[in-house]
Design a protein around this ligand. Structure first.
Ligand code: GCO
Length: 263
C-alpha cells in the first residue's frame, strides 16, 4: 500500500501570526493537505477575519488572541488549544516585525523590540510546545527565517541580527530535540509580493527593478510559492531532515548578481 508522504490529515498546526501574507499562505497549504489550522494575533478582529477566510476555502481553523512574547500567556493558550482543538503536531514560528532604520540612528528599544518578537518569541513558543511533542513522541517545528539570515541590507540591521540568530536557534533546537523524533527546520523566504511590499513593487520603482534583476527567477515570489516547502517540512516526507534552512528565493542566494546595465 502506498502512503502519501505529504498528507497532514488529522494533524493540528499552530501558525503564529497566520492572519495574512506569508503565514496565511503557508497555513492554507497545510490546511489543504488536511491539517487543522490554529492562528493567533493580538487583534480579535483580525483573527475573526482570518478564520472566516480559512473556512471559506474549506479549512478547519481556529483563532486565539495572545502575545507570542508573553511566556505566561503562551503557556496558558497552548494548554487551551491542546484541550479544545488537539495536540499541536506542527508549529510554524511565523510572527515577526521589521523596523527599517539605519543602525546609527536606531534606538536601543526599537532594536530590542525586533529581537524580542523575531528571535525570542520563537524560543518562547517552541520551548513550551516542544514539551508536549516530546511526550507524544514527535513533531515538526518550522522557523520562518529570511534572506537576512544570510545577507545584510541598509536599514534592516536589527531584523538581520534576529533572523541570523533564528537560523542558529533552529540548528540548536535540532541539536537538542531531534533525538525525540522532532524535526526542526527553517524556511527562508526571498522577496515576496505581500501587502507589506506593495508600495515598493510598483513598475519603475527602483526597489522593484532591483529585486527583479537580483532574483535569477526574475520575479517576486507569490505567497503560494511557499506552500510546497511548508507542507514538506510539516509532513512525513521530511522525517530525517533536521536543522536545515530551506531558502525559497528564486535563486537570490545562488548568485552575486550583475551590474544593472548588463542584460
Ligand atoms: C527588506 C525586506 C526583507 C523581507 C524578507 C526578505 O526590507 O529588505 O522587508 O527584509 O522582509 O525577510 O527575506
Amino acid at each position: 500500500m502506498s502512503i502519501n508522504l505529504f498528507d497532514l490529515t488529522g494533524k493540528t498546526a499552530l501558525i503564529t501570526g497566520g492572519v495574512h501574507g506569508l503565514g496565511m499562505a503557508m497555513a492554507k497549504g497545510l490546511g489543504q493537505a488536511g491539517a487543522k489550522i490554529v492562528v493567533n494575533d493580538l487583534s480579535e478582529e483580525a483573527l475573526d477575519k482570518a478564520v472566516e477566510e480559512y473556512k471559506s476555502v474549506g479549512i478547519e481553523a481556529y483563532g486565539y488572541v495572545f502575545d507570542v512574547t508573553d511566556e505566561k500567556a503562551v503557556i496558558e493558550v497552548i494548554t487551551k488549544i491542546e484541550a479544545e482543538v488537539g495536540p499541536i503536531d506542527i508549529l510554524i514560528n511565523n510572527a515577526g516585525i521589521i523596523k527599517r532604520t539605519p543602525l546609527i540612528e536606531m534606538e536601543v528599544e526599537d532594536f530590542t523590540a525586533v529581537i524580542t518578537v523575531d528571535l525570542i518569541s520563537p524560543f518562547i513558543v517552541s520551548k513550551n510546545v516542544v514539551k508536549g511533542m516530546i511526550k507524544r513522541g514527535g513533531g515538526k517545528i518550522i522557523n520562518i527565517c529570511s534572506m537576512m539570515s544570510e545577507l545584510g541590507r541598509d536599514s534592516v540591521g536589527a531584523y538581520a541580527a534576529a533572523k541570523g540568530g533564528l537560523k542558529m536557534l533552529t540548528k540548536n533546537m535540532a541539536t537538542e530535540w531531534a533525538r525525540f523524533n522532532i524535526q526542526i527546520n527553517g524556511i527562508g523566504p526571498g522577496y515576496f509580493a505581500t501587502s507589506q511590499t506593495a508600495p515598493i513593487r510598483v513598475d519603475g520603482h527602483p526597489f522593484n527593478d532591483f529585486i527583479i534583476s537580483r532574483t535569477p527567477a526574475a520575479r517576486w515570489g507569490d505567497p503560494d510559492d511557499l506552500q510546497g516547502a511548508a507542507i514538506f517540512l510539516s509532513s512525513k516526507a521530511s522525517d530525517f531532515v533536521n536543522g536545515h534552512i530551506l531558502y525559497v528565493d528564486g535563486g537570490i542566494l545562488a548568485t552575486i548578481g550583475k551590474p544593472s546595465n548588463e542584460s
